[in-house]
Design a protein around this ligand. Structure first.
Ligand SMILES: *[C@@H]1O[C@H](CO)[C@@H](O)[C@H](O)[C@H]1NC(C)=O
Ligand SMILES: *[C@@H]1O[C@H](CO)[C@@H](O)[C@H](O)[C@H]1NC(C)=O
Ligand SMILES: *[C@@H]1O[C@H](CO)[C@@H](O)[C@H](O)[C@H]1NC(C)=O
Ligand SMILES: *[C@@H]1O[C@H](CO)[C@@H](O)[C@H](O)[C@H]1NC(C)=O
Ligand SMILES: *[C@@H]1O[C@H](CO)[C@@H](O)[C@H](O)[C@H]1NC(C)=O
Length: 948
């Protein structure tokens, strides 16, 4: 059982709604039915309703009017004299006055006049409105006893009576037709016979002894001698003492009215059928006129009996209120009402109210939310709650069977539910397309206002939020409740943005809503957080290109701006480094240029004519996440091996990625005394002759292959660096006899698979015409055509130029003369055939031995022969034209002679058999698929001149 109603005992009521005042002093309510002030006679109670629209300030003071006296009502005086007041939070006020109250006048039987004076003002009382209300209620259906349970007092009015009359009156049951006001004219004639209950007081307990008929009797308070309160122990007070203690006592000719404020000392609580009841029980002793007269007055009012569910209030009142019922009773009538106003069964059905009785209880059920009550927001401990308040009324009429006396019992019972939770929902939905949060907070009762919102950036009033474009809206639902809406774009500072993982963005909007409950202006807050994670990050993008010398890199910032660091390999691209690399930027991109040989590039692969280099880029967020990476690998033309005709080979070695621990100054050729000519931490440069540093020679047809290896001098390393053991760069020179076909190998230097680094070279062979037998002076290019007389010798020399390789022997395979420049033209005359002089030649070709001299270092590289100048004859006609001499030369390996022309006996008759051609030495060689050719030599034109 909940005990959750309040007694409103304050008589200075704070009215919340301030409406401009229109002073209406001296208003008489009855002539102003729509003025917002309405008086109703509701049985033994007059109700004055004051609409909040009448309030001029927030203070209401009420005076009772007794004739010409104006008596300010205090809460204590109100409870003593039969007034109660109820205000809802908005200032709608109801004042209930008992017709049996202190200041109710009764000019004639069954007519009660009441006057109230209302004063309304603001706090400072500068502006005051006064209303005077007078009302006369006819209430003739009096019963023997009236018990009224008001919010602040218990009243019992006992007839000094004749029971039979009371019975007749009940037959009219016109309680609710007499709300006619002073203007209705009705005449009721009643005859009252007065009897007193006469009790004999025997020491401790009162026992009914007899009824003494006392016609003509009348009584006034002055006739009251003393009052005995039962607490339940008897406690005696004189009349003045009782009044001083706050009890109301009014004795007229016909009735004795006693009134006790709730919770006063001389009442007590008794549990009746499970319902706590406050019991007010008094025996009134009159000054004996006709003997000892004692009147017993008993009243009991419920202070509990409520059961609340989510939807329903159930109010239990004991069916048999034992403290006020002595014998068997019969319930004659049972009514339910709201705010003191009785409802008929149709009205009850419309509102889904029920009034029923069980064996022990009268039960009233009201749905929570009925329009007769009101919801109110509350926020204890900053938690939003609501209550529902409604004031039902229960009226009972019962007849005590032994005495045939009737009791009219009326309870006005304001009920406020305990705090009920109210579903307040917060939704913070992200709208990714619009990049904003849609916030919804609700629902609340209409008495809640949104005042401000606290973001992590500060507190903003609703107006300020709207200036920021948050578009705060209030939406009202048909049932009166409301919700608040707003939109907060992601870009607002109030939205916290972070990336829990790359590419995922979390948007968090923490907010505290500052709300206010009106009219009390109770602040409360609602803390909420909208959060969403979206895969909406566009990472920075890198693109790049190369040209023969540089890497070109462009970085697009992506969706989050330039909030990252750029790493090139191990180094950060600082603004200083950016200067070196020509860093340029605009609002969306930056770009820079890196030379392929810069310290930030990595050599992947070294080839004879190019190097494959790479730059590695990494974009790193401030929290060290890698946002993107990019590698740009290009081949850049670079001749790493050069093969000079004089037999010098050069090789460039580079620090390659696969051998990170390589120190280039520790590189050597096969002969580890051959160190780099120069080196730094990325490059080593070797230059060496084909006869030195352990260079090997292989002849493949007409190709001379020289090879050496560059490797690390392992003595310089500890076993800590096993990778260096596998480093080996093979440097090869392929000397072709000026065959222009070239070939390139490129191999990636890998651990255990060192590269063959092949360079191409030319062995240069030239044919010249000497001026004489000494072979010291030669015709130069500009001397051609050289003129010679018929049979004058032509001294021809063929030489392998520049080469320092002593193991090569130049051999003239075929030589011939033509009349035209084209070496295959006809007519043709052979001079040397298969390295031997043409024996058919009448002008006989003669070989001349070659010796060391100042010009000839290696005689094997030079062949000399002479023929006598001749001319071609066609059809017996001497053709006086140029002649051209052509030769095919081959190079032979004198250490490793092969068959063919190299082994011809005419080359060097003394050494026949020791020479072999290397044109056939292809077995076991690599797959070199080009044609081996001998050098084709041709002289310039030689002109036959006429002898003088
Ligand atoms: C009301 O006024 C009448 C006469 O003016 C007076 O006799 C009576 O005592 C007053 N009542 C109260 C309760 O003061
Ligand atoms: C925000 O509103 C709440 C609730 O009404 C109030 O208590 C608080 O003082 C307000 N804050 C500011 C800074 O105005
Ligand atoms: C910024 O530079 C990039 C590439 O360098 C270019 O594509 C883009 O158009 C430039 N944007 C502006 C706004 O200049
Ligand atoms: C061979 O020729 C190259 C290039 O002309 C030159 O640098 C080098 O010194 C020469 N070597 C010898 C031994 O003459
Ligand atoms: C080698 O041959 C090419 C083309 O056949 C020619 O241009 C070049 O001059 C020749 N070199 C020598 C040294 O004769």
């Amino acid at each position: 059982m909940m005990h959750a109603f309040e007694y409103h005992t304050t008589w200075i009521v704070m009215l919340a709604v301030a409406v401009s005042s229109q002073k209406q002093p001296g208003l008489s309510q009855s002539s102003q039915p729509n003025s917002g002030l309405r008086a109703n006679c509701l049985g033994n109670v007059m109700r004055l309703s004051l609409d909040k629209s009448l309030a001029v300030g927030n203070l209401l003071e009420v005076d009772a009017i007794n004739g010409t006296d104006v008596i300010p009502l205090t809460p204590r005086l109100a409870a003593q004299c039969g007034y109660s007041m109820e205000s809802d939070p908005w200032g709608n006020t109801k004042i209930y006055s008992s017709l049996f109250g202190c200041y109710a006048g009764s000019k004639e039987a069954g007519t009660f006049s009441l006057g109230l004076n209302l004063r309304m003002s603001g706090d400072l009382k500068l502006d005051e409105a006064t209303y005077v209300v007078t009302k006369t209620c006819n209430y003739r259906s009096l019963a023997t006893r009236h018990i009224l349970c008001e919010r602040n007092y218990i009243e019992v009015s006992t007839q000094l009576f004749k029971p039979q009359i009371a019975k007749n009156i009940l037959g009219h049951d016109d309680d609710f037709t007499d709300d006619a006001g002073q203007d209705s004219v009705k005449y009721y004639v009643h005859y009252y016979y007065y009897y007193y209950y006469v009790y004999l007081f025997l020491h401790l307990c009162a026992v009914v002894l007899t009824f003494l008929p006392m016609p003509q009797a009348s009584a006034s308070p002055n006739d009251i001698w003393k009052l005995m309160f039962f607490t339940p122990e008897p406690k005696v007070m004189l009349l003045n003492e009782a009044k001083k203690a706050g009890y109301g006592v009014k004795s007229t000719e016909h009735r004795l009215v006693l009134r006790s404020p709730f919770n006063s000392a001389e009442t007590y609580i008794e549990n009746v059928a499970g319902v706590p009841m406050e019991v007010f029980s008094v025996s009134t002793y009159y000054v004996p006129i006709y003997g000892l007269n004692i009147v017993d007055s008993d009243a009991a009012c419920p202070t509990g009996g409520l059961i609340f569910t989510d939807k329903t209030i159930t109010w239990h009142v004991p069916r048999r209120i034992t403290p006020v019922i002595k014998g068997a009773v019969k319930i004659l009538k049972m009514y339910m009402g709201i705010d003191g106003q009785r409802l008929d069964k149709y009205q009850m059905a419309a509102r889904k109210y029920t009034l029923s009785s069980t064996e022990f209880h009268i039960v009233i059920e009201l749905p929570i939310g009925t329009p007769d009550g009101y919801y109110k927001s509350l926020a204890p401990d900053d938690q939003y709650h609501i209550t529902f308040t409604v004031e039902p009324m229960l009226e009972l009429v019962w007849r005590e069977e032994s005495t045939q006396t009737d009791t009219k019992y009326k309870v006005l019972f304001p009920i406020t539910t305990p705090l009920m939770s109210w579903p307040t929902q917060f939704t913070g939905n992200a709208v990714p397309e619009e990049r904003l949060f849609e916030i919804l907070l609700g629902t609340f009762l209409p008495d809640v206002e949104l005042i401000n919102i606290t973001f992590n950036t500060g507190v903003f009033s609703v107006a300020e939020c709207n200036v920021k474009g948050f578009d705060v809206k209030e939406h009202r639902f048909p049932n009166g409740s409301k919700s608040f809406y707003l939109k907060v774009p992601f870009f607002e500072d109030a939205v916290l943005v972070h990336n829990p993982v790359p590419l995922l963005t979390t948007y968090i909007l923490p907010m505290t809503f500052g709300l206010l409950i009106l009219p009390e202006e109770t602040p409360f807050s609602h803390v909420a957080k909208a959060e969403v994670s979206l895969q909406d990050v566009v990472p920075p993008a890198i693109t790049g290109t190369c040209d023969p010398g540089y890497f070109y890199v462009t970085v697009g910032y992506g969706s989050q701006g330039h909030n990252f660091r750029t790493m090139i390999g191990e180094r950060e691209l600082t603004s200083k480094l950016g200067e070196t690399y020509g860093l340029m930027s605009n609002s969306t991109h930056f770009s820079f240029v890196v030379p392929y040989s810069s310290a930030d590039s990595i050599f992947e692969m070294v080839m004879s004519t190019s190097v494959r280099a790479r730059i590695d880029l990494e974009l790193v967020a401030s929290n060290n996440w890698k946002l993107n990476d990019f590698s740009l690998s290009c081949s850049f033309p670079l001749t790493t091996t050069e093969c000079y005709s004089n037999g010098t080979m050069t090789a460039l070695a580079m620090k390659v990625e696969s051998v990170p621990n390589m120190i280039l100054s520790h590189l050597t050729l096969r002969d580890d005394s051959c160190k780099p000519n120069s080196s730094n931490n990325r490059f080593a440069y070797f230059s060496f002759g084909v006869n030195s540093c352990g260079t090997t020679r292989t002849m493949l047809g007409n190709i001379m292959v020289y090879e050496n290896d560059i490797s690390l001098d392992l003595k310089s390393y500890t076993s800590k660096y096993p990778d260096v053991a596998y480093y080996k760069q093979t440097v090869s020179c392929y000397y072709l006899v000026n065959v222009t076909e070239t070939m390139a190998f490129r191999t990636r230097p890998r651990v255990k698979d060192p590269s063959a680094d092949i360079g191409m070279g030319y062995l240069i062979v030239q044919m010249r015409l000497a001026q004489d037998e000494s072979y010291k002076l030669f015709y130069q290019v500009e001397d051609y055509p050289v003129a010679k007389y018929l049979r004058q010798p032509l001294y021809i020399e063929v030489e392998l130029m520049q080469s320092m390789d002593i193991k090569i022997e130049l051999v003239l395979e075929n030589c011939w003369a033509t009349q035209h420049k084209d070496r295959s033209s006809l007519p043709r005359w052979n001079l040397i055939v298969d390295s031997c002089a043409n024996l058919d030649d009448p002008y006989s070709t003669v070989f001349h031995p070659v010796e060391f001299d100042s010009r000839v270092n290696i005689p094997a590289h030079v062949k000399r022969f002479s023929v006598n100048m001749f001319t071609f004859v066609t059809d017996e006609v001497v053709l006086k034209e140029n002649i051209f001499v052509h030769c095919n030369a081959v190079l032979c390996d004198s250490n490793n002679p092969s068959y063919g022309v190299c082994s011809s006996q005419c080359v060097n008759p003394a050494k026949t058999g020791a020479k072999k051609s290397w044109t056939a030495d292809l077995k076991g060689s690599r797959n070199i698929n080009y044609q081996v050719q001998g050098e084709q030599l041709s002289s310039g034109p030689i002109l036959l001149s006429e002898p003088e």
